[in-house]
Unconditional design. Structure first.
Lengths: 309, 316, 503, 316
């Protein structure tokens, strides 16, 4: 057991290891690990059960602390207890833990951005673009590409809707396109139905859980013959799916994406955790980051500002 | 009841009757359903499932099982995009995808037929491996398409109908013919119906099974290419869970999991029932959580009705 | 001139030496009989010939050429066609497709369906087999399926044809069709290997004969001229059997089973009959006469659309086999592969599946008792097996049949025992032992119903025969009045020349 | 080679040998693997799959199929939490969960056995319906546990071993016994071997199948309760895809999809192999994308080795 006593080992657990977002977080955390010379253990945990096993696993490996983006915020008490049982320090990223009564667990340090806030940024971007194009709210339909199984997804789209409504959008002009899975094809199929059902509406806006969902809606609009100037889609994430779209020779209805910086979330959390376990320096309890809208013409600049190349 | 009518109702394809009735009902009662736009949208939404179902039908008919289809679709889509980006030629991309899909299928087939490893385990393994390859190749990110002509694969139309639908229709016809009219098809049914008898009769069982999986792989590649073109990028996370949809559609269409029974008409109906269910639920604006329940109930109803029909009409 | 030669063939399965150093040869244009007890290795011999199994040592020589096949396909190419003991048909395909499976007439992979159906139809007709080639095999009765299986022999131009117990589920009329076919093939100069447990047939058909015993060559008769049946039986069984049937008079008691107006889908008209305590009642008929159907209705295996059943004067419900068994009626069905054996499970489990409920407490098994019962019946029925734990699928056909019989003989409180083709595929020695068991059971007061397509068998062991024809009971004959003529006349639907068939 | 050794290697449970060898190898070469903490963590990580595999084994042995297990686990967990929150009594929560799980299983069983609907379709339907119910009941969000004593179900220890592991061990023993030593178990195997012959031999086929599914439902409920306690909340999205893991573990352990063959030792080994694979990959810090590939390769290797072993030792 003493073989690894000197070595600093920090875990970084994420809920969806295949997602580019989390890949990036890991990548930046790795950067911190290289700079500071600690070992980073990256584990994917798609559900509560895997997460508990992952914490046990970290304990068994002799890690001293971990950063987690939990598959569900209600896992809070369980994570805290499990971490204590394994004598591990814990920090959260992206999603903040809550206790059984739904209040945030404040003693766990957290870095993130609220889902509702991101949604609101999306809504604002859409409204701005509508104004720029001179659209009137009543002639526009909104596609809410929804995945209500995921609470974060609900919070994001509701955030966007609240801004739309505040700007004169009527509830009956917002149409639900529930995707059966979180991939582009499912969003495409769901959005196609909405477009076909409302063939009289010619101008559309679309928002959803992430870039992939919004891309599905944009593809659907192209499929039914709505040109790029009849669609305003704003995604969330700003990773390759969105960049590919911006790099297309002709502009599409996918006008922008709200980028959240994986660099801060990955690099800084890892660094903070290292300081905590190695030098006993406790991190701030709550750091909130902001999202930034990237569009076709400025996405490279925005990414550079956020520290992603 | 006239005799020929009874025969249709009683036939193996009785589900077709239920389907037609259901379709008529839905057309009347669901607004916007029977519009040209919605029909085209509906058909396009079942393209992936429908294409893969063609060969899954063979697979199930031969008493096999393929869980790797979703991964192959995603992988082949990635390959098509990456290869055509690298070479600048869409044709090369398509060929590379077909080749890779076929190769995965071939490996499945060889492992299952020659090493006699359970098909469930084998394809579960390749499902993971291939998904892993797709993720590694792309570093987990979507890969954009450089040449906009690639989009035309899915966007182009013939007689007003988008080409993916044509591809689907052609594959239905081809595989329907292959199943009923060729040595390969009959051998497939025979292997599923009685593997021992087929072997003793000199049917080349191993070879047939290998071919089925190889075809399956290539057909998945077609689906993957069209999908990539539709969503204008290769996505390593595409088509997760596809296997279950495809197998359900086949079983719903009367393909027996115990092998030996399959018909293309049934598979088409199975695919369409599942597609229509999704489509109508969205048209009727059913909330996401209730969609789960409705989807389950429709599945049950379809088979229950089919059972009632056949027992009411005197078959055991 | 020997055309087909087996030279020093040996084959072992785990725990069983199925064949050891067997050599014999057969001349061109000859029908060669292969006889032996159950598990003697006959089917194994045929499987080696068909390329399905590979001999551990030894060669097969056809027309002077040593055959080295890797698969059944190679055997076909060498001109060998084998009709296996168990039906090898694909239920969902049509008759014609089954007959041409592996060798479809095709053009660039596309099956020439019209040509196939007409060709197969013609061949079937010329062989006297009246089955529509477009019917799906799943709609055929067992007997019809057996005819389809046999028809495989004439579908291709073969040099060597081997038939493994082709008549075991045929009645005399269909057997005649088969014999005519075989004789025609002999006249065409084919070599025919013929396996059967029916001595009459072998002596009627065969030109030469080989007897196997415990996987070894027991006797080889190049000609049957001076060979007697007793001699062959002794070579097979190792002892003399003077009278296979061994019938003896019994006292017959009260009515045990009374079946009234039993109606079902496949019966032409409701059937009524009764069986008495201590009586052995035979049911005879041609294929599809409806005997099996009637028995399945009585047992509750199929849904009855009418009728009442009573045992010892008490009406019973018996709408499913469980209730029938609890009321003391058991049925040992004719289709052992589909309705009898439980694949993948051991002999012991196959025997105990029903009777174990007498040996359990709170649903928990009594393994000692089950082992004891299994051993008892393995011994009593002389089942040839390395152990009671053997998978039943690894037994020879006849031995499987014995295990299924053992299942029902081990049942307790049986009052009516119905056996459908009980000695199908069972060798002469074991047959007489099974009959002896039936007599003993009858003497203890059981009512026994024997359904059989083998006329000598029903006449040999039954006290009374009911003849069925076209889905109804057509005659009722007491032992004193037994005559082949009378029985066959009642069994034939068209009343044509029973003499020709009785011959 | 001595005879008894050969017998072990050749026996149906030869996979056990491979497993023991693999375990020894891993213990030596993977640091931190063979520590008490890691062993307990490993065992806890297989609790859900292991528990559900107990009854899935029966289901597969009887030639059936159950896709609804994941949904039942999630649903029962929700019910346990909500009921105990509502009544303030953990006992009531547990009973309610068992009842609900059993009820879903009963419905599965009745539909499959009595209406003769294909098990794949039926359980696919209930899988959706039950998941939908769980989502609706909770509005798609996790439900927190009010009474901290609920956590004790999973946290409490006996002789230093957490209680979920005890539950798993007890279930393994119980269902191993039921399979081999009771009429119910033997009937299950017989039905899988030949349903028609079993019926004719007086086995109550329908009743047995209904019971299997009902038990399956209740056992899923146990898994669901323990899971909710471990993750300190009822989550409607829990255990998605569980069915595939469980079925794979069973098949890996030698349970035949064609029915009639099953053994608890095999199932335990199957569950453990899958669990160890995950554990070791995380201990060795294998990147997420490569984990897919390793997982697939391990699956294949396990069955391939099993095949090689048996054919090298002369079994067909
Ligand atoms: N697959 C197998 N595995 C193990 N043993 C087998 C297998 N097949 C046959 N045997 C054994 O080989 C021996 C010979 O069997 P075979 O089927 O050749 O007998 P048979 O002479 O045809 O008997 P029957 O008259 O009952 O058909 C039997 O003891 C049988 O149990
Ligand atoms: N599985 C089946 N499907 C359709 N028809 C069948 C089936 N089995 C039997 N039949 C038909 O039912 C009738 C009665 O058959 P059954 O088997 O009861 O007669 P049997 O007198 O016992 O003759 P066998 O010697 O064939 O057993 C026949 O006309 C037969 O063709
Ligand atoms: Mg034999
Ligand atoms: Mg019969």
């Amino acid at each position: 057991a003493s073989a690894y006593a000197q070595e600093t080992k920090i875990g970084f657990i994420v809920k969806q290891p295949e997602e580019p977002w989390f890949q990036d977080e890991w990548k930046f955390a790795d950067q911190a690990a290289k700079e500071k010379g600690f070992t980073l253990v990256k584990i994917g945990a798609e559900d509560g059960e895997k997460l508990m096993s992952a914490i046990d696993n970290l304990g068994a490996q002799g890690a001293q602390g971990f950063i987690v983006c939990t598959p569900d915020v209600k896992l809070g008490p369980g994570i805290v207890a499990k971490a204590a049982a394994n004598n591990l320090k814990v920090m959260t990223v992206d999603d903040r833990l809550v206790s059984a009564d739904g209040k945030p667990i404040e003693e766990v340090p957290h870095m993130g951005i609220s889902a509702t806030k991101i949604g609101e940024a999306v809504g604002q971007a859409i409204v701005d673009e509508m104004k720029a194009r001179g659209w009137k709210a009543e002639e526009v339909g909104a596609i809410r590409v929804s995945y209500d199984q995921l609470p974060t997804a609900v919070d994001r789209v509701e955030g966007a809707i609240s801004v739309l409504k505040a700007n004169g959008f009527k509830a009956e002009n917002i149409f639900d396109a529930p995707q059966a899975k979180t991939d582009t094809e499912a969003a495409l199929n769901a959005a196609t139905v909405v477009l076909n059902k409302n063939a009289n509406i010619k101008k559309w806006v679309a928002f959803g859980l992430n870039d992939e969902a919004v891309l599905g809606a944009v593809r659907a609009s192209e499929g039914v013959g709505i040109a790029a100037d009849g669609m305003i889609g704003v995604g969330i994430g700003g990773a390759d799916s969105a960049i590919n779209e911006f790099k297309k020779p002709a502009a599409t209805g996918f006008i922008g994406s709200v980028i959240i910086s994986p660099k801060r979330h990955g690099y800084e959390t890892a660094l903070n955790m290292y300081e905590w376990v190695a030098n006993g320096k406790e991190p701030e309890k709550l750091i909130l980051t902001a999202g930034a809208l990237a569009k076709r013409d400025d996405f490279e600049k925005v990414r550079a500002e956020l520290g992603i190349e | 009841m006239t005799n020929s009518f009874k025969k249709i109702l009683l036939g193996d394809q009785g589900l077709v009757v239920i389907f037609v009735l259901a379709f008529a009902l839905v057309s009347v009662f669901v607004p916007n359903f029977l519009t040209e736009r919605n029909m085209l949208g509906l058909l396009q939404s079942v393209v992936t499932v429908g294409i893969v179902a063609c060969t899954m039908m063979f697979c199930l008919a031969a008493r096999d099982f393929d869980l790797s289809v979703g991964s192959i679709v995603a992988f082949a889509g990635m390959v098509a995009v990456m290869a055509s980006n690298a070479t600048g030629s869409i044709m090369v991309g398509i060929l590379a995808a077909l080749l890779c899909g076929g190769a995965v299928g071939l490996i499945n087939g060889v492992v299952i037929a020659k090493f006699r490893i359970n098909a469930l385990i084998t394809t579960l393994a390749t499902m993971q491996i291939v998904r892993g390859l797709a993720l590694i190749a792309s570093d987990g990110r979507a890969v954009g398409i450089n040449d906009p002509n690639f989009y035309q694969l899915a966007l182009s139309k013939l007689f007003g109908i988008p080409s993916p639908i044509w591809v689907l229709a052609i594959l239905f016809v081809v595989f329907g013919f292959v199943l009923n009219r060729t040595v390969f098809g009959k051998n497939t049914l025979a292997i599923g119906g009685n593997p021992e008898a087929s072997r003793l009769a000199g049917v080349n069982v191993d070879w047939t099974r290998i071919w089925i999986f190889t075809l399956q792989g290539m057909v998945c590649a077609i689906a993957g290419i069209l999908l990539a073109s539709r969503i204008t990028s290769g996505q390593p996370n595409a088509a997760i869970g596809l296997e279950l949809s495809v197998i359900s559609a086949c079983v719903l269409g009367g393909v027996s999991l115990a092998g030996g029974r399959a018909a293309i008409a049934g598979v088409i109906v199975g695919v369409m029932i599942m597609g229509i269910a999704e489509n109508v639920m969205n048209l009727l604006n059913i909330p996401a959580f209730y969609q789960y329940i409705v989807r389950g109930v429709i599945l049950l109803l379809a088979v229950l009705l089919d059972n009632l029909r056949s027992s009411a009409l005197g078959r055991r | 001139m020997s055309f087909l030669e087996f030279s020093h063939i040996s084959k072992a399965y785990p725990g069983v030496q199925a064949l050891s150093d067997v050599s014999f040869s057969v001349a061109k244009g000859a029908i060669h009989g292969l006889m032996g007890e159950n598990g003697a290795g006959k089917s194994t011999m045929i499987r080696v010939l068909s390329g399905d199994q590979h001999a551990d040592t030894g060669d097969i020589v056809i027309d002077g050429q040593v055959q080295k096949y890797a698969s059944t396909r190679d055997a076909f190419h060498a001109g060998v066609i084998v009709i296996h003991q168990e039906l090898q048909l694909v239920p969902e395909l049509t008759v014609a497709e089954n007959l041409r499976l592996g060798r479809f007439p095709a053009n660039a992979g596309v099956i020439q369906a019209r040509q196939m159906f007409s060709e197969v139809g013609e061949k079937l007709k010329s062989a006297g087999i009246d089955i529509d080639p477009r019917r799906k095999v799943k709609t055929l009765s067992i007997g019809e399926r057996q005819m389809v299986e046999i028809a495989k022999a004439i579908m291709l131009d073969a040099r060597v044809i081997a038939l493994d117990e082709p008549t075991s589920s045929l009645s005399s009329r269909e057997s005649e069709i088969l014999f005519a076919l075989i004789e025609r093939l002999r006249a065409e100069g084919k070599v025919i290997l013929y396996i059967s447990h029916r001595l009459d047939e072998v002596f009627r058909l065969c030109d030469s004969l080989t007897v196997l015993r415990d996987g070894k060559l027991a006797a080889h008769h190049p000609s049957l001229e001076n060979v007697t049946r007793e001699q062959v039986v002794a070579e097979m069984v190792g002892r003399e059997i003077s009278n296979v049937w061994g019938w003896r008079a019994r006292t017959v008691g009260d009515v045990r089973l009374k079946a009234e107006a039993i109606a079902g889908d496949k019966l032409m008209q409701p059937a009524s009959f009764e069986a008495r305590a201590g009586e052995i009642l035979g049911f005879f008929g041609l294929i599809g006469a409806g005997r099996s159907e009637l028995m399945r209705l009585v047992y509750g295996a199929d849904l009855r659309s009418g009728g009442t059943i009573s045992v010892d004067g008490q009406a019973i419900r018996a709408v499913d086999p469980r209730q029938a068994i609890r009321a003391g009626i058991v049925l040992c069905s004719e289709d052992r592969k589909h309705d009898g054996i439980i694949q993948g499970r051991s002999l012991e489990e196959n025997i105990n599946i029903s009777s174990r409920r007498h040996n359990t407490r709170f649903g928990i098994l009594n393994p000692r008792k089950e082992a004891e019962i299994a051993e008892t019946y393995i011994k009593k029925l002389k089942v040839r097996t390395p152990s009671r734990k053997q998978d039943i699928l690894n037994l020879s056909g006849g031995n499987q049949q014995k295990v299924i019989l053992g299942r029902w003989l081990s049942e307790q409180g049986v009052r009516v025992l119905i056996v459908d083709e009980p000695t199908r595929g069972i060798d002469v020695g074991a047959k007489s032992e099974i009959y002896e068991i039936l007599y003993q059971l009858a003497e203890q007061g059981m009512a026994i119903i024997v359904v059989s397509s083998e006329l000598p068998e029903v006449m040999g062991i039954c006290d009374r025969i009911l003849v069925m024809c076209g889905g109804r009971i057509s005659a009722h004959i007491d032992r004193n009045d037994f005559s082949e003529r009378a029985i066959l006349a009642a069994a034939l639907p068209d009343k044509k020349t029973p003499d020709a068939i009785a011959s």
